[in-house]
Design a protein. Structure first.
Length: 319
């Protein structure tokens, strides 16, 4: 019998990514193949965005053949999260208690959302759990599109849960708290991880905000401003005025991001977590902004580096 295989499809707001993984009996993971495709940034309606993303599902299925479990992740702006500390109770009663708390804390009719919970930590007095919910119509549409492409979902998860799992798999011996920044096009995930505990918050200031600021400053369409941003990041020549506008837009983005990090840290501490992060890890397309690591390190007062998702994962020759 061969090693179990998994297909993970990350449905980002501007990019659709898929990875094909295998896991042998000793727990060694191998990346067998991957694909990535950009999506139309102009699609702000979640259902229209998902329909556009699903047009690539058949292509993914034809590329990644074989019998495997399939998982999908949804970007943080499509998932409502609530972190709750609940008085300790017998485990046989916990499911009903969490369901009651979900009805109380999700600001929609419980019939309008698909939700689940995950235990974070517990002691003799209480237990802490995460409740994550997304609109039922969105989750059911994703399931339908996946089924039509013969990629029925075994699990649909918030993207930040995948980040936490990837971090723990690749850095099992890591000590101290870490701040994880996944900077996407629309909304970064700010994630604090400390041992078995974690806290995440999605903020609406992604890489597209730099592009929009640049477009407003130069009086250009969004697509033209995006080209200038990418040229500036890669070090390719742009005019002096364009680069000055890019620098100004980038600095404004970094200031807002730092504010949101501080705000998230305050909420994190209000949940009873005391340890400050000892370092910061970056990932996501928006993290390629020039000077980001040094700027964040100066602002946060901790070392900042890029997360290596393949540190403990071997890469197949087929990639």
């Amino acid at each position: 019998m061969g090693s179990p295989q998994y297909l993970v499809i990350s449905c980002g707001s501007s990019q659709l990514s898929a990875v094909h993984l295998s896991m042998n009996s000793s727990g060694r993971c191998e990346l067998l193949n991957y694909s990535r495709k950009e999506l139309d940034h102009a699609l702000s309606d979640p259902l229209l965005w998902l329909k556009a993303a699903s047009q690539s599902f058949d292509e993914i299925r034809s590329r990644f053949k074989g019998d495997m479990r399939v998982g999908y992740t949804l970007s943080g702006n499509l998932v409502l999260t609530k972190y709750l500390r609940i008085p300790q109770s017998p485990k046989k009663k916990r499911e009903k208690i969490v369901a009651f708390e979900a009805r109380q804390n999700i600001p929609y009719s419980i019939g309008e959302v698909a939700w689940d919970d995950q235990l974070i930590a517990e002691d003799d007095l209480d237990f802490e759990t995460l409740i994550a919910a997304s609109k039922t119509e969105l989750v059911e549409s994703l399931s339908l599109y996946g089924k039509q492409a013969k990629m029925d979902p075994d699990i649909i998860s918030p993207s930040f849960i995948g980040l936490i799992n990837a971090y723990r798999f690749n850095e099992p011996q890591s000590q101290g708290g870490v701040l994880f920044l996944s900077i996407g096009a629309k909304s970064p995930d700010v994630v604090f991880i400390d041992g078995s505990k974690f806290y995440s918050r999605n903020v609406s200031i992604g890489g597209n905000s730099v592009t929009q600021e640049l477009a407003n400053s130069l009086g250009l369409p969004f697509d033209e401003a995006e080209k200038i941003k990418r040229l500036s990041i890669s070090g390719d020549p742009v005019s002096t005025g364009e680069y000055a506008a890019f620098t100004e837009a980038k600095d404004a983005f970094l200031q807002r991001l730092n504010t949101e990090i501080s705000r998230t840290l305050a909420i994190y501490k209000n949940h009873g977590y005391e340890n400050e992060p000892a370092r910061c890890l970056l990932t996501g397309g928006g993290s390629v902004l020039s000077g980001l690591e040094n700027d964040l390190s100066d602002r946060l007062g901790v070392g900042v580096s890029r997360f290596d998702p393949l540190k403990e994962i071997s890469v197949s020759d087929r990639c």
